[in-house]
Design a binder for this molecule. Structure first.
Ligand code: PGA
Length: 251
């Protein structure tokens, strides 16, 4: 079986390099656990170097977003080539907090194309804003995935990772994580959409993660029988003890 995937989305929480280093010091103590899974740490970009140095051998460094500019002279942008020189392996794309700033599903699709071309794993985020009683979010998810994946050819589909992140479940203002039964149902539905897009065989190779209020108390129940390969973790990824519990729960 393929290894579970765990992604620490630090967002812009560590307010200084000193804080970022303190988290890394906590993580490194449990590197034996992290070696057993595919661990990615996505820090604010200015800390990439510090993270890359420290996680070598037991984790990989990731970015929280990718520029829409693949190359050329663009003041203020960081090209894939520069990121690669820091050992970046995965790019979080289309996170809801970027969408709130204007990122669209179409621009995420373009970035997924750049990520694949540059040799990064595109971690494509998507999820409904709210859950309506009529189940309209199901249709939303279908349309959204169609747009997000329009540039991903069948031959490349196995290289992508999806993160199902219902927006209502993300962050401290949320009502908490999704109910495990509803998660299993939604993941099944997502896999059906992937089957329709790429065929069942290819769809089975696409890892789907869950994100939204994952912590040490719910990771075990959310992974069991839900069909997810792992988690994209925000707040709980800043606390090495909580994060280690999450890692242990998915092994
Ligand atoms: P959270 O964030 O774990 O703090 O809810 C998840 C995310 O935004 O990826």
């Amino acid at each position: 079986m393929a290894k579970p995937i765990l992604v620490a989305n630090w967002k812009n929480y560590p307010g200084s390099l000193v804080e970022a280093r303190a988290i890394l010091n906590g993580l490194v103590k449990k590197k034996a656990i992290y070696k057993k899974l595919n661990l990615f740490v996505a820090p604010p970009a200015v800390y990439l170097g510090a993270v890359a140095e420290r996680v070598q051998g037991w984790g990989s460094v990731a970015v929280e977003n990718l520029s829409s500019q693949e190359k050329g002279t663009h003041t203020g942008e960081v090209t894939p080539e520069i990121l690669k020189s820091f050992g970046v392996r995965l790019a979080i794309l289309g996170h809801s907090e970027q969408r709130a700033l204007g990122e669209t599903a179409s621009s995420v699709a373009e970035k997924a194309k750049i990520a694949l071309k540059s040799g990064f794993i595109p971690l494509i985020c998507f999820g409904e804003q709210v859950r309506d009683a009529e189940g309209e979010y199901f249709e939303f998810l279908r349309q959204e995935l169609k747009t997000l994946l329009k540039e991903v050819k069948k031959g490349d589909a196995h290289k992508i990772v999806l993160a199902y992140e219902p927006i209502w479940a993300i962050g401290s203002k949320s009502t908490g994580p999704i109910d495990p039964t509803e998660l299993a149902q939604t993941i099944l539905y997502i896999k059906k959409i992937l089957s329709d897009l790429y065929g069942r065989k290819v769809a089975e190779t696409i890892a789907v993660l869950y994100g939204g209020s994952v912590d040490e108390t719910n990771a075990g129940i959310l992974i069991r029988n839900s069909g997810v390969r792992g988690f994209l973790v925000g707040r709980a990824s800043l606390d090495p003890k909580k994060f280690e519990s999450i890692a242990s729960a998915i092994l």
